[in-house]
Design a protein around this ligand. Structure first.
Ligand SMILES: Nc1ncnc2c1ncn2[C@@H]1O[C@H](COP(=O)(O)OP(=O)(O)OP(=O)(O)O)[C@@H](O)[C@H]1O
Ligand SMILES: [Mg+2]
Length: 325
């Protein structure tokens, strides 16, 4: 069964602890999907941008076709942040008087230096791809940065939505529009640029939330290895995803040692691994599990990626439409 059912998803995230094989597995999955005739966009959100290394070809911040049916891009969070700040400045210029604009600009410069901005800019670009580019592909695959970070990103829409709703209420109160008739709301948004910008943002975030919490459209694949700390982090991530309402579509257990080798070192590693593999089975009984073996060398280049692809997706019976009628 492998991960074939995920081929029908519009959005698939690959996440997990640092260094467990997220980039390797998301690249291998994307390659497999494209070879089965799906149109795939692989998006790297990790500033280290290892997809360029894995595919042995430069991948920039705009969509580029690497193989028939397989496009990729690496989000440039710093570039996005700069664009984001410029956009906010432009909005403010449009909406307020020159003296307010001057004050606001220095505030924005300060905010632009804050570490959270890169995350917001990254999220903004991810939303843009999910909301606006999904139609151009069968599946968008996200190779994410280590877990904690990704969880924050997935939870952000919720936090920001609440905040924007409060701003909208506040703005409507100022405009004395809180009588709440639907037509008045629309008319008010059309007449007031601040309200309009807030409503637009709110709408975009709700659309994002609808997509990522729809288990028929979005799944998250947790990548792990049979080691104690990784198992703990995987369990935390699975809980958080469930809380956020995001479907966990599979658990990859990467770097499992091949069978039948010899020597004391191997025996000892294998014995420990067996314990952790049992623990994984015990702790994640309901998640579809897929084993990827430890390869003798690092995985890069199409030939070596294809070997991993073969462990993730079977070429036969391309997909089973989960819950779709
Ligand atoms: N099954 C495997 N066999 C051999 N090497 C592997 C395997 N899986 C991953 N690797 C190697 O391990 C290293 C880390 O893999 P990868 O970059 O995919 O991890 P990551 O989870 O994306 O890391 P990061 O958290 O830094 O983004 C790479 O050098 C990769 O080639
Ligand atoms: Mg990576």
């Amino acid at each position: 069964m492998l991960l074939n059912s995920l081929l029908d998803q519009q959005v698939v995230f690959f996440g997990g602890k640092g260094g467990v094989g997220k980039t390797t597995c998301s690249s291998a999955f994307s390659l497999a999907a494209s070879r089965l005739g799906h149109r795939v966009l692989l998006v790297s959100t990790d500033p280290a941008h290892s997809t360029t290394d894995i595919f042995e070809t430069p991948i920039g911040s705009t969509e580029r076709e690497l193989q028939p049916g397989l496009s990729a891009l690496e989000i440039d969070a710093e570039g996005e942040a700069a664009r984001y700040v410029a956009g906010v400045k432009q909005d403010i210029q449009r909406m307020f008087s020159p003296s307010v604009v001057r004050q606001a600009h220095s505030q924005i410069e300060m905010a632009a230096a804050s570490p959270g901005l890169l995350e917001v800019a990254l999220l903004d670009r991810m939303i843009d791809l999910i909301v606006n580019r999904a139609g151009a592909y069968d599946t968008i695959v996200f190779d994410t940065a280590p877990t904690g970070h990704t969880m924050q990103l997935l939870r952000m829409p919720e936090a920001i939505t609440t905040w924007i709703q409060a701003l909208i209420r506040h703005r409507r109160a100022i405009l004395e529009l809180d009588r709440g008739v639907e037509q008045t709301r629309k008319a008010a948004a059309a007449a007031d640029p601040v309200l309009e910008a807030l409503e637009r943002r709110h709408e975009r975030l709700s659309r994002l939330r609808t997509i990522i919490t729809d288990r028929r459209r979005t799944s998250f694949v947790l990548v792990s290895v049979p080691e104690r700390l990784v198992i703990e982090e995987t369990a935390r991530a699975a809980d958080q995803l469930a809380e956020t309402g995001v479907d966990v579509g599979g658990l990859i257990v990467n770097r499992v040692l091949p069978e039948g080798l010899e020597g004391e070192f191997y025996q000892s590693r294998k014995a420990q691994e067996t314990v952790y593999l049992r623990e994984i089975e015990h702790r994640f009984p309901r998640l579809p599990r897929v084993v990827v073996h430890q390869r003798p060398r690092d995985v890069y280049g199409l030939a070596s990626l294809a070997l991993v692809s073969g462990q993730l997706v079977s070429p036969e019976g391309a997909s089973t439409r989960r819950g779709k009628h």
